[in-house]
Design a protein around this ligand. Structure first.
Ligand code: MRU
Length: 361
């Protein structure tokens, strides 16, 4: 849509009863929005990575529930609550690892269950907008808490994109980096290109450049020698799912970076809202890891890279054990380091915040 301007903080928009998503598959070459009018279109957009990043996936799905409610209520005022269950299932099946998707759908489902007779759309839209707003607020809070851990001057390395594009705005790992940069603590940010989907070079570099934060791209294979040179003080990443013991699933390659960081005495920070914690999973080994189409690896920009017929494996997340994490930053507080008791206390605080009139964050 021409009249929408692409800004990383406004990649998910609700306008004129439609959901607009900045198409992240096209960045940085083209800044275009897709207009979505149905839940199946929203599920497809999540699956195909029009929108990606754990919190952003949850927010988009919440708006997808609003679209579903409109269609189901128009079709049957008596049966819409039963029939919308199929839309929620379709949205939940879009991607398996980021737990924010299931968290947001559960929250929308609770709202549906509470609704009395009448048009559900205004109520569900208000809930989706609250999820969106609370995520932005959580990111600001995490930005402050994470930046407080960083001494000046510190060079940092990040992996994938855990920025405004991956959230409701501002970002998780990039939120901390933005806050620390604003405080004059960070002279430059090293960014792994993040094969195969290139979230680092296509998205993180785009976001940081837009914010005038000096960015240096590298192949992820260059991280070991960079850390060996003592050029990095903190590795800072986001998360797709955090188990009850503090193990973290994040973009493939994160685990290797954590091992490198520990070996070279570099500190390792994970930044994620409590909506990314899955208290029902005891350990990281229980987290479902998405495997995507090998073609993402075998081709780049429409060009075949490997010989035809070559097999490829494409797991897109890995699990970093809690023991390699120095700081877990959430909107409910910081764990240095994460522990099962610490994670439990964060979840209790989040539950309390959700019940209090001030809400979360
Ligand atoms: O496959 P993606 O691009 O959805 O993976 C994204 C990540 O791994 C991010 O680091 C994570 O979702 C945190 S986003 C704030």
């Amino acid at each position: 849509m021409q009249s929408l301007s692409a800004h990383p903080d406004h990649a998910i928009l609700w306008r004129e009863n439609r959901l607009y998503l900045l198409d992240q598959r096209q960045l940085p070459a083209r800044e275009t929005f897709l207009a979505l009018e149905t839940a199946p279109e929203t599920a497809r957009a999540i699956r195909d990575m029009v929108v990606r990043g754990a919190p952003a996936i949850g927010i988009a799905a919440a708006y997808g529930v609003v679209l579903a409610a409109r269609a189901r209520y128009e079709a049957s005022k008596a049966r819409w609550k039963q029939e919308i269950a199929a839309d929620l299932e379709q949205l939940a099946a879009a991607r398996p690892t980021a737990v924010n998707l299931f968290w947001a759908l559960r929250r929308m489902n609770r709202r549906i269950a509470d609704l009395a007779a009448g048009d559900p759309v205004p109520h569900l839209l208000a809930e989706a907008q609250a999820i969106h707003r609370e995520d932005r607020e959580a990111n600001r809070r995490m930005g402050e808490l994470g930046a407080a851990l960083i001494r000046s001057p510190s060079a940092v390395l990040t992996h994938c994109n855990a920025g405004a594009l991956a959230t409701g705005g501002y970002g998780t790992a990039l939120g901390v980096i933005r806050s620390a940069f604003a405080q004059g603590k960070i002279p430059r940010v090293y960014v792994d290109e993040t094969r195969p989907w290139l979230q680092g070079s296509r998205l993180t570099a785009w976001e940081l450049q837009r914010s005038d934060i000096p960015v240096v791209l590298q192949a992820e294979g260059a991280a070991a020698s960079l850390l060996a040179q003592g050029a990095v003080d903190w590795v800072i990443v986001g998360a797709d799912r955090i188990a009850a013991n503090g193990d973290v699933a994040n973009k493939i390659g994160t685990y290797g970076l954590a091992l490198l960081a520990r070996h070279h005495g570099v500190r390792f920070m994970v930044v994620a809202p409590t909506s990314t914690i899955d208290g029902a999973l005891a350990r990281g080994a229980d987290i479902p890891i998405e495997t995507r189409d090998p073609e993402e690896l075998l081709r780049c920009g429409g060009q075949r890279l490997a010989p035809a017929g070559v097999a490829a494996r494409n797991p897109v997340f890995d699990v970093t054990p809690a023991e390699y994490i120095d700081a877990l930053v959430t909107e409910q507080g910081v764990l240095t380091p994460p522990s099962p008791a610490g994670v439990e206390s964060l979840l209790k605080r989040a539950e309390g915040a959700a019940k209090s009139p001030q809400g979360s964050a």
